[in-house]
Design a protein around this ligand. Structure first.
Ligand SMILES: Cc1ncc(COP(=O)(O)O)c(C=O)c1O
Length: 385
């Protein structure tokens, strides 16, 4: 068994760029042009919440996503916080996958909402719509067109559909359930730039969606995000909220609500814009790396490359291997062996209900989330490999 695992680590090592001393799961790949745009931005003196790169980056994202209601924000988390504020989740439950990054759950808590954890599909990362429907049938009743949790007597106001690791969730099936139970849909498409569901860009399918441009994402603004709105009214409210609630005239400091200072800075947008110009090439490289991993992993019998379901076009942000159930003890040994070679593979996000601050929130049976977490490793997947 040790020989098999050693061979596997050696094969992955051989696949990675040998000039790198160490490998993280996802490193930024900054083209030369970024320096030019950053320098131009600095010279312009427009470094903060105004400037031409904000416009350019926004227009580029509009073209890519097909949405003309995009707001650039300082993080993906802040975009999600504002979306949840608009929906108004205070003292209401929000369905959220346990298999997500902590920021998704935090954004609910920032709005005094109550996370209600739901499970993913077996051997996959996204929401299991069949389990969800069975669960809602059991625990809810409708009252005045609102979905009420019979156990807690609280309203369940909506769901955050997380497209985990850039893999599209089964959106149509989830949407049908939400229609039946009168649930609002937000999409956490943090890692999903360049991922599509039935030819529609992720983040544009629900009432609002968010994307992240954090340093580990497919393109990065250092830190940054975007909020995508379906309706003009949500767009206008969100724009006002992220801009400190300021009202005209611009030379006065008048504010009519307690807003947030959550806009993206021009200097960050300059970085994002320069990388967005190369997005097709970046996505092509992702597919090429995926193919290399696929060929390598299919020669081993103890693990599979994590797959997405049909009708989906993921961006292959990160390649994850799922170790077979009977060999799940291999995971920790593999991680150790990789780290010894300075290949810093990672576990998946800890399921949210396992984090101590979220232990007491409502949840369904989360067997699948725990199972996939215990058997999966994220491999280096940077664009420059
Ligand atoms: C699923 C998910 N949601 C939300 C976020 C938050 O995005 P940001 O880091 O831009 O605040 C991330 C970031 O990594 C994420 O992976």
């Amino acid at each position: 068994m040790h020989i098999k695992l050693n061979n596997f680590v050696d094969d992955v090592h051989a696949l990675l760029k040998k000039t790198n001393i160490s490998h993280q799961v996802h490193e930024p790949s900054i083209p030369q042009s970024t320096f030019k745009y950053l320098s131009d931005c600095i010279k312009s003196t427009y470094l903060s919440s105004e400037g031409k790169y904000l416009q350019k980056f926004e227009t580029g994202l509009q073209k890519m996503t097909g949405s003309n209601k995009i707001l650039l924000t300082n993080t993906g988390t802040s975009a999600l916080q504002v979306a949840l504020k608009i929906i108004d989740v205070e003292q209401k439950e929000v369905l959220v996958p346990s298999m997500t990054f902590v920021a998704t759950t935090n954004a609910i808590i920032y709005n005094n909402g109550i996370p209600h954890f739901i499970d993913c599909e077996q051997n996959k990362l996204n929401i299991d719509h069949r389990l969800l429907e069975d669960y809602l049938k059991k625990i809810t009743r409708m009252r005045n067109n609102k979905c009420i949790n019979k156990i807690t007597n609280k309203e369940i106001v909506g769901i955050i559909v997380v497209h985990s690791y850039g893999y599209p969730a089964n959106f149509d099936a989830i949407k049908n359930i939400c229609k039946k139970y009168h649930l609002q849909i937000l999409e956490d498409a943090a890692a999903a730039l360049g991922s599509y569901y039935k030819d529609r860009h992720l983040g544009t399918l629900g009432r609002m969606g968010i994307i992240s441009f954090n340093g580990n994402k497919i393109i990065t603004t250092g830190m940054g995000g975007a909020l995508i709105c379906k309706t003009t009214s949500d767009y206008k409210v969100a724009k006002h909220l992220i801009s400190t609630g300021k009202i005209p005239p611009s030379h006065k400091y008048l504010h009519d609500t307690i807003g947030f200072n959550y806009r993206m800075a021009n200097i960050n947008a300059a970085s994002g814009y320069s990388q967005l110009l190369n997005i097709r090439q970046i996505l092509r490289k992702k597919v090429e790396l995926r193919k290399k991993y696929f060929d390598l992993i299919s020669t081993y019998d103890f693990c599979d490359l994590l797959e997405s379901t049909s009708n989906e076009k993921p961006n292959y942000w990160i390649n994850n291997i799922v170790i077979s159930a009977k060999n799940k003890s291999y995971k920790d040994q593999l991680v150790k062996k990789f780290h010894k070679k300075r290949i810093y593979v990672r576990e998946l996000w800890t399921p949210q209900h396992r984090l101590k601050m979220f232990k007491n929130y409502p949840r369904m049976d989360l067997t699948n989330s725990l199972d996939i977490w215990k058997r999966t490793i994220s491999l280096p997947s940077s664009i420059n490999l």
